[in-house]
Design a protein around this ligand. Structure first.
Ligand SMILES: [Ca+2]
Ligand SMILES: [Ca+2]
Ligand SMILES: [Ca+2]
Length: 370
């Protein structure tokens, strides 16, 4: 072998992130779902590339609400500061379906975050969530794949923002009520806060794990999950992209390959940047797999996360439903987008930044080969 060949250049790229998105078929009559035959065999039950959706905005300039996009269940476009409906005609509502972001001419879901330096830690804004209810009473296992892209010039100096969540929502409870109150019906739940800034410890892979029942086990205090790469703090994990990726179960043995920089393929360290982990103005592929535990208090549930085809978080002893639950529940709600805590610019400047989401797939289990 010539000595000038860099070994990294010979590494096979992650194949799954290169698979072309599957194009939607005419499944409108089934609410967007393909034929569903339980969890076996594993099949893709829903996909959305937005090419069949009309151009759309959640909220009109007069504040009225538009219909939920076809084949979707619900949406929230709220908590916005700078938008036509709040008296800023040159700004944007938090959620749209557009052609002029991501790749020009490629229709996608666009969300906007809004900077407000007057925020206190309890104030989150610019909420944009698009929600899909899963078929029947839900699924024991779910795999979700989508792509997203941060706008050119995305500010990396601060911020936290939600990008994806899956939950069980109790029948008849509010679509967007989250927390420990009895009137909130989401739990268990997984939230990926994928849109963060670079703090003292770099850009973090921030995840929220929430348990069931939500009234007593929302932060998973009843039965804390084991074999995590670092400690759970109030149900939240702030993972790095270095040792927390290579040692997925935190036992000191580094069994997983380092996360490769999207810039040059080199191993990403513990203190990472947005540019080397996700990349800016480039598509990122995110995949997630969830399995409910088999009975209350039995720690055999699972959660897995891949970014750009690389396994970044994995746990298969997850007690999603604690022993105090009368029975285990099913995953029935998947949502994209969310609100933000972002204080990078003076509120008077009314700064907005966008991200796009596209090529969503939902499967009723882990596809073969993954
Ligand atoms: Ca598209
Ligand atoms: Ca806005
Ligand atoms: Ca390990």
């Amino acid at each position: 072998m010539p000595s000038n060949i860099v070994l990294n250049a010979l590494t096979e790229p992650p194949i799954r992130s290169m698979v072309s998105p599957i194009i939607s078929t005419n499944v409108d009559k089934r609410g967007g779902f393909r034929n569903v035959s339980g969890n076996s065999p594993v099949e893709m039950i829903f996909s959305e590339d937005f090419s069949s959706q009309p151009l759309w905005v959640g909220i009109n300039p007069d504040g009225s609400r538009n219909a939920t996009p076809t084949n979707w269940t619900n949406f929230r476009s709220s908590e916005q500061l700078y938008a036509p409906s709040t008296g800023y005609p040159g700004k944007h509502e938090t959620m749209e379906i557009v052609d002029d972001a991501g790749d020009i001419g490629n229709r996608a879901l666009r969300g906007w975050r809004e900077a407000d330096d007057t925020q206190n830690p309890g104030l989150w804004n610019s909420d944009a969530i698009l929600t899909k209810r899963l078929p029947g009473d839900g699924l024991n296992e779910v795999y979700v794949k989508f792509r997203f892209k941060l706008q050119p010039g995305w500010t990396v100096t601060s911020g936290v923002g939600k990008l994806f969540r899956i939950s069980h929502k109790k029948e008849g409870f509010p679509e967007y009520g989250y927390g420990t109150k009895p009137e909130y019906g989401h739990g268990p739940m997984y939230i990926w806060d994928g849109l963060g800034g670079e703090g003292d410890y770099g850009f973090r892979n921030v995840t929220a794990l929430r348990g069931y029942p939500n009234e007593t086990n929302y932060f998973m205090g009843e039965q804390p999950p084991q074999q995590l790469p670092r400690s759970l703090v109030s149900g939240n994990l702030s993972l790095n992209w270095g040792v927390n990726v290579t040692d997925l179960n935190g036992d000191g043995i580094h069994e997983n390959a380092p996360y490769p920089s999207v810039i040059d393929g080199s191993p990403v360290g513990d203190i990472a940047t947005v540019a080397e982990t996700l990349g800016i103005d480039t598509w990122v592929t995110a995949e997630f797999y969830f399995k409910m535990n088999s009975a209350p208090g039995v720690a055999d549930g699972a959660v897995k996360q891949w970014i750009n085809g690389h396994l970044c978080f994995s746990n298969d002893v997850m007690p999603w439903c604690a022993s105090s639950a009368a029975e285990v529940v099913k995953w029935n709600t998947v949502s994209f987008g969310g609100n933000h805590y972002w204080a990078a610019y003076p509120a008077v400047d009314a700064v907005e930044e966008w991200y796009v989401i596209d090529d969503i797939e939902i499967h009723n289990g882990l596809p073969e080969g993954i």
